[in-house]
Design a protein around this ligand. Structure first.
Ligand SMILES: Cc1ncc(COP(=O)(O)O)c(C=O)c1O
Length: 423
């Protein structure tokens, strides 16, 4: 309790209404999928601590690699200097991304990975002598909390206090088989009206909008069309990257590779803040000019932090362990079986799944969305039962670390069903 008082006095927590006498659970230790608080309670981290953790907390291999790196180099300026972990991580990520990706630009979180993508795109056109500053994005999108990433995000009441977006963004509906033709025509029309620099999207799953899911083939059609119109396509894989959709990247489910990728969250296995933006050689080549104004003048103090890059390398080494991918697929199948149960549940609607991400909405007479009153009821009920599930309004979702066992998954599913019974 003492810690909570001190926390309240000194700290302003993210996305947390400050007027509420809300108790912030004091976590003292993590191990695998479990978090332990200072009262001796344990919680299954079924949302991977804001979707970052891949292999479990305090993973022995990542810990070991970090301890070694800590004694060698904790940080160094990344302009004019480089280091082995950054080089190796960039090489490894490029091996995993589609072949058209040729360079990695580091930053330090998901929002900055998106900011970098937006700025690289705008300046690409500037560098080749064209002014294109507008973007296309999906209506339900979320790309981060900085001004550029907010601008490409959905029109939302959360952005009202901050005035007009920093640049022009035209939103299009999330694709369905019914509206895809209309969307393709709309893009053509928008392209005729505005100087469109790029199209940014969360591939297959729109996280913050409530884990909304859409089909790969629909996205593929949109990307192909954008490419025909010379619009740069930007995949924001900040959430979907590193196995979440059952493939290394959500775009691996497509044949058409986007021009730019934004990565963060799972990039370090959930250990440290790191962002990465990759691009094609065509985009990069526009920056190989002697004119000083054609250089990309963007950098963050902690860019390519050696500890973060080492955590990233250690995380990718875990993916290479024999049978590791099968573990991810195991979760996909476990979810599938539970999905059938949810689909027939009288209190549930829109049960859905993409890879290791499972989501459903609770029926009530309020609109589905962030402010639905079911959120708090379910959030606290789950915590009481020892599971961290952080509903997005009336949308409950699971995005667990890959080390979760079948028994632990069964326990989480059972707690969900029990809670549905009583609330
Ligand atoms: C798709 C997507 N892009 C960007 C971000 C922003 O990442 P960060 O919170 O690290 O700034 C998020 C965060 O949830 C996200 O889901």
């Amino acid at each position: 309790m003492e810690w909570n008082k001190r926390d309240k006095t000194a700290i302003w927590h993210p996305c947390t209404p400050q007027w509420k006498e809300e108790y912030n659970i004091n976590i003292v230790r993590g191990k695998g999928i479990y978090l332990y608080d200072d009262q001796g309670n344990e919680y299954i981290d079924a949302v991977s601590s804001w979707w970052v953790n891949l292999h479990g907390h305090a993973h022995p291999h990542i810990n070991e690699r970090l301890k070694e790196q800590l004694d060698l180099l904790e940080h160094v300026i990344f302009a004019g200097f480089t280091h082995q972990p950054a080089i190796e991580l960039a090489e490894e990520i490029l091996k995993l991304l589609p072949e058209n990706q040729s360079k990695i630009f580091y930053s330090d979180n998901g929002s900055t990975a998106v900011e970098v993508a937006i700025k690289i795109t705008m300046q690409y056109w500037y560098n080749i002598g064209q002014k294109k500053l507008s973007f296309i994005a999906f209506e339900n999108s979320y790309h981060g909390d900085t001004f550029g990433s907010m601008a490409v995000g959905a029109d939302s009441p959360f952005n009202d206090p901050y005035g007009k977006p920093a640049f022009n963004v035209i939103h299009i509906p999330t694709p369905t088989s019914d509206n895809i033709q209309h969307i393709v025509e709309k893009i053509t029309h928008i392209h005729q009206q505005y100087d469109i620099a790029g199209f940014i999207f969360e591939p297959l799953v729109q996280g913050w909008a409530g884990m909304l899911m859409y089909e790969a083939e629909l996205l593929e059609k949109i990307i192909r069309h954008c490419k025909q119109l010379n619009i740069i396509t930007i995949a924001d894989e900040v959430m979907t990257g590193f196995g979440r959709t059952g493939a290394m990247f959500a775009c691996d489910h497509l044949d058409e590779a986007p021009d730019i990728f934004c990565l963060s969250k799972g990039i370090t296995g959930g250990y440290m803040a790191l962002g990465a933006t990759s691009c094609t050689s065509k985009i990069y080549h526009a920056y190989l000019q002697k004119d000083p104004l054609k250089t990309f003048y963007h950098g963050h103090s902690y860019t390519a932090n050696p500890l973060a890059c080492t955590a990233g390398l250690a995380s990718l080494e875990i993916f290479k362990q024999p049978g590791y991918i099968d573990e991810i697929i195991r979760i996909v199948y476990k979810h599938q079986a539970f999905l059938y149960q949810l689909q027939n549940h009288p209190k549930v609607k829109n049960a859905r799944q993409t890879g290791t991400i499972l989501a459903f909405d609770i029926k009530n007479n309020e609109p589905t969305g962030y402010f639905n009153s079911k959120r708090d009821q379910y959030y606290y009920a789950f915590l009481k039962k020892g599971v961290l599930l952080r509903p997005l309004g009336n949308t409950i979702y699971l995005i667990p670390p890959y080390c979760i066992t079948n028994e632990e998954l069964d326990k989480v599913y059972a707690i969900i069903l029990e809670t549905l019974k009583v609330l």
